[in-house]
Design a protein. Structure first.
Length: 351
């Protein structure tokens, strides 16, 4: 029985979903990401931690769909986090009319690779009623290719991640595997921000850390990574920064280091008295990354990678359920004494 299933990771970013799926038992044959700094993050961690991942392509998913996807026919899983602006409430929600919509490219890749399973994530806005027909188009395309689709809104906080971070996940499996798939049915209580970051905040001997921990007594607001056009070295727009302030964190800028012993506030602004800044490492922990995962680049691009990531614990939880569904059939294939009903499908390539 195979110890790993193979996978393709689209729009890999800094590797949040890729790492989660790796921990679930998938081995990436290729990862595609358009941002240079994120590709360097993927390459660095792959090399340093001997993850055994395949090629990391710095390029466009649409180009990969047209020119290279056919080279990976038979890979077990196609996964990724296609851009969220077409469906985000922070944007114009143009859906398929947004040039950044990469769902069609992802479907083309699925049509050429014909994997056993598909996993794509996006923002919660994709479940809005205005996108009902668009989701139906996605379902139809995947159904035509022989897949049964499953949609679910998942909150990262249900998987031990100390922020709510709702995300829509689409899972699609070939008919014979689909009957064995189910969504994760457990929850892991998340720590508060104070509990999650206490040791990092205390690293330089800050004398107010115990008092701060008591005040940072809730989970975090959803981290906002932003884009090159709108993003910056802060924790998001005004509403997000106000939410951080309620947790006694100054969200106006990302910090370089943990507070020093006598730290009393950034630039001595009274309204932020005793409110520390989050470093990139702290933000990464809030996002569910392990401390050993490193991010390439200066503070702003590194934080943007963190803020735009899919939390690894959520990807791992869903990935394990996909893995179990694949094994349920593949285990039977290897044992002639066991039989099962096969659901055949008429597989057709998209035009």
């Amino acid at each position: 029985m195979a110890q790993h299933y193979s996978s393709i990771e689209l729009c890999a970013g800094a590797g949040g979903q890729a790492l989660g799926l790796h921990l679930a038992g998938f081995k990436h044959k290729v990862l595609i990401e358009i941002e240079k700094s994120a590709c360097k993050t993927l390459t660095h961690n792959n090399n340093v931690h001997s993850l055994g991942w395949g090629e990391i392509i710095e390029g466009c998913v649409e180009h990969f769909a047209k020119n290279e996807a056919h080279n990976y026919k038979g890979v077990d899983l196609v996964a990724g986090g296609v851009p969220c602006p077409p469906f985000s409430k922070a944007g114009k929600q143009l859906g398929k009319d947004d040039e950044r919509d990469l769902f069609p490219a992802a479907i083309k890749i699925v049509a050429k690779v014909l994997p056993k399973a598909v996993m794509l994530e996006n923002v919660s806005g994709l479940l809005d009623s205005k996108f009902d027909s668009y989701r139906e188009e996605i379902d139809f395309s995947l159904n035509t290719l022989g897949y049964k689709t499953f949609w679910k809104l998942l909150n990262a906080s249900d998987f031990g991640v100390p922020q709510l971070r709702p995300r829509v996940v689409l899972v699609a499996l070939r008919g014979k595997y689909a009957q064995y798939f189910s969504w994760p049915d457990y929850t892991i209580e998340p720590p508060t921000v104070g509990e999650a970051l206490y040791d990092l905040m205390a690293a330089n001997g800050w004398d107010q850390v115990d008092e701060w921990k008591k005040k940072a007594n809730k989970i975090a607001p959803t981290l906002v990574g932003g884009s090159k056009k709108h993003g910056g070295p802060d924790l998001g727009p005004s509403r997000a920064r106000r939410a951080w302030q309620e947790l006694h964190v100054n969200g106006n800028i990302v910090g370089n280091d943990a507070p020093e012993q006598n730290y009393r506030g950034y630039k001595n602004k009274e309204e932020y008295r005793n409110m520390p800044l989050l470093t990139v490492k702290m933000a990464a922990r809030i996002q569910g990354f392990p401390d050993w995962w490193e991010f390439y680049g200066k503070k702003t691009p590194a934080y943007r990678q963190v803020g735009n990531a899919f939390p690894p614990p959520v990807a791992e939880a869903v990935g394990k359920e996909i893995f179990k569904a694949l094994k349920a059939i593949d285990r039977k294939k290897m044992s002639p004494s066991l039989c099962f009903c096969r659901q055949d499908n008429n597989l057709m390539h998209l035009p």
